[in-house]
Ligand binder design. Structure first.
Ligand SMILES: NC(=O)c1ccc[n+]([C@@H]2O[C@H](COP(=O)([O-])OP(=O)(O)OC[C@H]3O[C@@H](n4cnc5c(N)ncnc54)[C@H](O)[C@@H]3O)[C@@H](O)[C@H]2O)c1
Ligand SMILES: [Zn+2]
Length: 375
């Protein structure tokens, strides 16, 4: 892994998806170029910004000013913050307001926010007028390294998360790392679990670099842009090879089967944020792999030690109020992953940076493992 560049020039990561190719532009202050960039890309286009109240209070005025300065017309749709807005009533409202703002094909929706806004606005953009283009301006670390890249959009059903959605790629992603300065530290840390995930799943060099440089990244130094660019490159490469998750893209789910079960078991509440659940889930994937003799105990310990060093939970006893018992977790795991002929699919590891898809995991083994892990 090379050292981050000294000068803080924006980094462009291309996403190679043929006629749906787009750039991710990463840098401190790049959101100020929003108007110019859109003006160049789509002369005369109108825009509508979709955001939430928290993000609006910090960053909406600047985004609108950047558009206005470049002569780009804009209107705004502000929704209530949180996962609850990924529902049908809010989706309906966003669609109606996009249409009401006279946004037509050729115009642009702008998702200014975290993963909730990206998923909600992206899905609305995929449906309004059978699909309008949209720009992602991700404002959480999770959104900058994960949800804004790859084109998955959607909302939740009463039957489960993200069950109503579409693949709809953005035409541009502007990841302004300065926007993360206003993010609550706990949200930043949770997003960091997804950053570490890229090292743990496929890039041991990056993981070693993170062990040395995470403090600079948290503090907003140049390591931040570098780390985000490495993650975006990794996700872009995987998505370009497997856009619709028929194979390799599943590696991005490292830690997510155990993690989702824990998250669901905590009722998707503030007790356990998604990234915190992913940190726990990755530790469990390493421990499970070590127990099966696939990975060394030393690598499992190293993964845990780094996540603990940044302040992420690495043992279920750290979850306030505790987690559900083994039976409930097994039920949630079975719901999350289609059980094929009695076997489960998990992302397991042979070591740091060596994840693989194992579709023949015996539920009895997982149960035995969880019995010890939850004890
Ligand atoms: N589409 C995908 O590929 C994909 C991938 C991963 C996750 N997701 C989805 O992403 C969502 C989680 O995203 P998230 O963690 O970004 O949550 P989020 O969008 O709810 O943001 C977290 C909190 O931070 C606030 N916030 C956002 N940016 C801020 C800023 N710059 N300053 C201050 N506060 C700010 C928000 O208002 C919210 O309260 C989930 O719904 C998940 O399903 C989607
Ligand atoms: Zn995730």
């Amino acid at each position: 892994m090379t050292a981050p560049p000294r000068a803080r020039e924006p980094i462009t990561v291309p996403v190679a998806l043929g006629d749906r190719a787009y750039d991710i532009v990463i840098g401190r202050g790049v959101a100020a170029t929003l108007g110019q960039t859109i003006g160049k890309m789509r002369a005369g286009a109108r825009t509508v910004i979709v955001t939430d109240e928290n993000v609006a209070s910090h960053h909406l005025a600047a985004a609108e000013a950047a558009l206005k300065q470049a002569g780009v017309a804009s209107s705004r749709i502000v929704v209530v913050p949180g996962e609850g807005s990924k529902n049908i009533p809010t989706f309906e409202r966003v669609c109606e307001e996009i249409i009401g703002a006279r946004i037509e094909r050729g115009d642009l929706a702008i998702a200014l926010g975290g993963g909730v806004i990206g998923d909600l606005a992206g899905f609305a953009a995929s449906c309004v007028r059978r699909g309008i283009d949209f720009v992602q301006v991700p404002t959480t670390l999770l959104a900058q390294v994960d949800s804004s890249v790859g084109g998955k959009t959607g909302i939740n059903s009463r039957h489960g998360k993200n069950l109503i959605g579409a693949f709809h790629q953005p035409v541009l992603v502007l990841a302004d790392t300065a926007l993360l300065d206003t993010l609550p530290p706990r949200e930043f840390r949770a997003g960091y679990a997804e950053v570490a995930k890229y090292g743990l799943l496929g890039d041991a060099g990056f993981f070693a670099w993170l062990e040395q440089n995470w403090r600079d990244m948290f503090a907003g130094g140049p390591a931040r842009e570098h780390a985000i660019a490495v993650c975006c490159r990794a996700k872009a490469a995987i998505v370009a090879r497997d856009e619709r998750e028929t194979g390799e893209r599943a590696l991005l789910n490292l830690g997510h089967t155990f993690g989702h079960a824990l998250e669901a078991g905590c009722g998707f509440s503030q007790r356990l944020l998604h990234g915190e659940a992913v940190a726990l889930g990755m530790v469990m994937a390493f421990d499970y792999s070590a127990r099966k003799g696939l990975c060394s105990a030393a690598d499992a310990a190293r993964a845990r030690a780094h996540l603990a060093a940044v302040g992420l939970p690495t043992h279920v006893r750290e979850v306030p109020g505790g987690v559900p018992g083994v039976d409930a977790l097994m039920d949630l795991i079975a719901q999350d992953k289609k059980v094929k002929r009695g076997a489960l699919t998990f992302i397991l590891v042979r070591g740091i940076g060596q994840a693989f898809i194992e579709s023949n995991v015996d539920p009895a083994d997982v149960r035995a493992f969880l019995t010890d892990a939850v004890a």
